[in-house]
Ligand binder design. Sequence first.
Ligand code: ADP
Length: 172
Amino acid sequence: MSCCASSAVSPQGKVIYAGTFDPFTRGHEDIVHRSARLFDRVIVAIAASEHKGPLFSLDERVAMGKMLFSGITNVEVIGFSNLLMDFAKAQGASAILRGLRAASDFEYEFQLAGMNRQLCPEMETVFLTPADQYMFISASMVREIARFGGDVSRFVDTRVAEQLRQRFAQKR
Ligand code: ADP
């Protein structure tokens, strides 16, 4: 039996862009915009990632994603805390989307795609690269800069920058 409910849909069907998004950066946003032009439906799937001790709760990250992508009709933002392949199957997705930055992402992403293929051979992993100016943005570095009161407005939406400022002000 096919492991993917959506195996009959076209490759352009439903894609799952999965990540922690703690917080969303302009790089993540760039990938969402590109994927929304390529796929019929994009699910931005926000992993609870409790083991990473995220700065923003799952509910806060989901609200952040909804705020950022409310204007794109074929993008939906959903939180999840189970195995990504199980979540993707339950959503009827045909592919997992990941973003690729500089070469440093490659080894991890290649391994992840391979493991996911073992779990669900019919679920493809597709990669998109962001525009050059977003290639070096990482959510963890954004958190570090914001922690010390630095200006992150080039790296994240202004509303996200404000949420970071407030979060670290609470912690001081
Ligand atoms: P994870 O914890 O799963 O790595 P992240 O939230 O850090 O989740 O990233 C989600 C996805 O977005 C990953 O595929 C990651 O490689 C990609 N990504 C992260 N930052 C960028 C960026 N600046 N440009 C493009 N893709 C990115």
